[in-house]
Unconditional design. Structure first.
Length: 136
């Protein structure tokens, strides 16, 4: 969801060809799977493109390829940091960019509250985009 939403925001700002974004998980549990039906529902409601999206796991080369690695929650942040401590300056929580005291994006898989998750991801993506526009 975050990848699709951020790509949409980049396109709206005319930056779709200047910033590369990919989604990856820290666990191998869902590798190769399509997004959850709730993510597709949010995509339809908010005009996000999820065509051809399949889950993949973070790879060691991601730490070299990308300037930022953005985690949805503290657990994933810690997993990324443990796998490459030298990349600490590149690893951030999405909600650190949002105007909220919350730090962890809600996991909707337990209660099906994908709308809450969407709102948090949207706030984080808006803040991240504003941050990138300031430093560009």
């Amino acid at each position: 969801m975050a990848e699709a939403l951020f790509k949409k925001m980049l396109l709206e700002q005319g930056l779709g060809d200047r910033i590369s974004i990919e989604s990856a998980g820290t666990s191998s549990q869902h590798v190769g799977e399509t997004p959850h039906r709730g993510v597709f529902r949010m995509g339809e409601e908010h005009g996000l493109s999820l065509d051809g999206k399949r889950a993949r796991q973070v790879r060691s080369e991601d730490f070299e390829k990308f300037d930022l690695l953005v985690a949805m929650d503290r657990s994933n942040y810690e997993t990324l940091l443990a796998s490459n401590p030298a990349a600490k300056a590149k690893i951030h929580l999405l909600l650190d960019y949002a105007k909220t005291r919350e730090k962890n994006v809600h996991d909707p898989y337990f209660d099906d509250d994908f709308e809450r998750t969407y709102r948090q991801v949207e706030a984080g993506c808006q803040g991240l985009l504003a941050h990138l526009l300031r430093i560009d």
